[in-house]
Design a binder for this molecule. Sequence first.
Ligand code: NAD
Ligand code: IPM
Ligand code: MN
Length: 346
Amino acid sequence: MTKRIVLLAGDGVGPEVVVAARKVLAAAAEKFALSLEYDDRLFGGAAIDATGNPFPAETKAACLKADAVFLGAVGGPKWDSGALRPEAGLLALRKALGVYANLRPVSVAAGMEHLSPLTPDRAKSVDLLIIRELTGGMYFGKRDEGDETARDECLYTRDEVTRVARIAFETARKRRGRVASIDKANVLATSRLWRAAVNALHAAEFRDVELSHVLVDAMAMRLIQQPAAFDVILTENLFGDILSDEASVLSGSIGLAPSASLGEGPRGLYEPIHGSAPDIAGQDKANPVGAILSAAMMLRYSLDAGAAADAIDKAVSIALGDARGTVDIGGPDSTASFAEAIAALV
Ligand code: NAD
Ligand code: IPM
Ligand code: MN
C-alpha cells in the first residue's frame, strides 16, 4: 500500500537535510519494495515569505491527510523581528497533529566515543530516550506581551500528564525498565501535579517499571555526571527542549539527534532536533544524520516498515564507524556525500 509523506523542508539547513533523508529513504524503498509518495509543502519562514502564514491552510490539510509528516527545520534571523514567527507555525503543526509525545533518543555510536565530551567509558554507557511532552505547558499557555511586563502561562492538566507518562512507562518496558520523571516540584505547581499524576499511573498500572523523580536542575548535572543511570527520561515541554539539546552533546553533535512525535494512532511528525543552523545554511555542511535517523523512526512508527528502519540505523552506524561524516563530527564529507554513502550502505 502506498504511504503518503508530507515533506516540510522549511528554512536554513532544513531543505538540505530533507534532501539527504529522501536519498536514504529512496534507497530503503527500493531495497524493501516500499511504495512512498511525497508531497512537498510550504512551511515556516519560507511559507511566511510566500503566503504571509508560517502554517498555511493547504499545508495543514495535507498534513492531516498524510501517513506521516517529515520536517527539516524552521526559523532564522530574517524572521526574528516580524510579528509572525516560523516557530509559531511549528507549534501549531504539533497541536494540529495532536502529537503530544516527542521521543528523542540519544546514544553514542560505537567508535564515536572520542567525539563525546565524556570520558570514553562514560560515553559508551549513554543510551537514553527523552520523552518530552509536546503540546502543553508554557509553549501553549496564554501570553501577555507588553513593553514593561510580559507573561507566559504554564498550564498542565492531569490527563495531559497521564497520557505522556503512559507512553514513557510502556516504552521503558521494552527497554531497560526505568523511568526518571523530571520536574521542578520544589517550586512549581504544574510540577507537583506532574509528579502526582506520574505516581498515580505508576501505582495503578506500572509497578514493574522502576520510577524515580529528579529535579530539573539536578538532572542537568546528572546527565553529564552519570548518564548511564538513565533509561527513559520523561519530562514536560520546556524542560525537555533544554535537556534534549544538552543530551545531544553527549553523542558528539546536535546534528546526530533524531526525533519522533506521536499521538493517538500511527500518524507522526518526524524532525531532527536541531534548528535551521543559519551559521552553516547553504554550505552543504549540515550533518544529515539527525534527519536520516528521523526518517528511520518514521518508517518504524508510522509506516509499518521496521526492517527498512533497521537497515537505515545499521547503515548510519557503519558509515560512522568508517569515519565518514560531516565537519561537526570531524569527518571529510559534505551533507550530500555523507547521505550518498549512507544510502549506498542501505
Ligand atoms: P540550531 O540547532 O539551529 O544551531 C545550534 C548550533 O548547532 C549552530 O552552531 C549550528 O551550526 C549547529 N548545528 C545545528 N544543526 C546542525 C547540523 N545538522 N549539523 C551540524 N551542525 C549543526 O539552533 P539555534 O542557532 O539556536 O537556532 C537557529 C534557528 O532555528 C532559530 O530560528 C530557532 O528558532 C530555530 N530552531 C528550529 C527548530 C526546528 O525547526 N525544529 C529547532 C531548534 C531551533
Ligand atoms: C525544538 C525547537 C522548537 C521547540 C522551537 C523551534 C519552537 O527548539 O524542536 O526543539 O522549542 O520545541
Ligand atoms: Mn529545541
